[in-house]
Design a protein around this ligand. Structure first.
Ligand code: ATP
Length: 237
């Protein structure tokens, strides 16, 4: 069986700036896969390219066997890839419920209400505050809503960009527990994180991205034990 997502020798440039030079990785169905690496390594650019927001200069992106790199963003979303962006990008003047409805806009079926309940089961606080405006929420609650909005499109592959950014250790744990829960409910996850320790601990597979290239890969627990990873990303000598 082929992988759910295959990114092969991807390169992406902003004008003359080559943000991604040679990124190659695979996500198998049902897995959590992490891309880790320092600020500016090209992780966000990689996710934005998979989503169809940027076009590759070269390389291939295959989703469930189809080459999607020339597709438009809305087609990619309809096909089953949702992107929860860095910085959350919520509509602060809209309520929780309105933000969740926006996440479901590509759907043509009638199950939206049921899935909203699923989000409220996952994040109880969102259900309690469903009529409040998102802009009033804490960073952690906003991250919950951003994830909730992304899963309203019923993705088979959910891409999360720095979900722990700016969150307390306790809130980070809540978010990472939710990611594991989503996996157990059948969603495949591609996670971009600077918090390499927490990300690798729950990942089936991890890739290190350095200066636009994937340089190391392996099962999450193996990368966690790798001295090069520990020295560069876990703050150890
Ligand atoms: P971060 O965690 O900070 O988002 P990252 O690994 O996701 O880091 P990218 O955001 O993909 O890295 O950035 C990769 C490179 O591309 C960096 O050198 C960055 O300065 C550059 N870059 C990112 N966005 C743009 C843009 N819109 N225009 C020009 N250069 C950009």
């Amino acid at each position: 069986m082929s992988a759910m997502l295959e990114v092969q020798n991807l390169s992406v440039a902003y004008g003359a700036i080559e943000a991604v030079r040679d990124v190659t990785f695979t996500v198998e169905e049902g897995q959590i896969v992490s891309l880790i690496g320092s600020n500016g390594a090209g992780k966000t650019t990689t996710l934005r390219t998979i989503s169809g927001l940027l076009k590759p200069k070269s390389g291939k992106i295959l989703f469930e066997g189809a080459a999607i790199d020339s597709w438009q963003a809305h087609t990619i979303l309809e096909r089953g890839i949702a992107h929860c962006p860095e910085g959350r990008r919520l509509f602060g003047r809209m309520t929780v419920e309105e933000n969740l409805q926006l996440g479901a806009y590509v759907r043509k079926d009638t199950g939206v209400e049921k899935d909203m309940q699923r989000v409220y089961e996952l994040f109880e606080v969102l259900g309690k505050r469903r009529h409040e405006k998102a802009g009033l929420f804490s960073g952690g609650e906003q991250q919950m809503l951003a994830i909730g909005r992304a899963i309203m499109s019923r993705p088979r592959l959910l891409m999360l960009d720095e979900p722990s950014m700016g969150l307390s250790p306790i809130m980070t744990q809540v978010i990472f527990n939710t990611i594991s829960e989503l996996k157990s409910q059948g969603t495949t996850i591609l996670l971009v994180e600077q918090n390499a320790l927490a990300a690798l601990a729950l990942s089936d597979r991890g890739y290190v991205v350095d200066l636009g290239r994937t340089t190391l890969e392996g099962p999450g627990h193996e990368l966690l034990a790798d001295e090069r990873v520990r020295a560069a990303y876990l703050g150890e000598d």
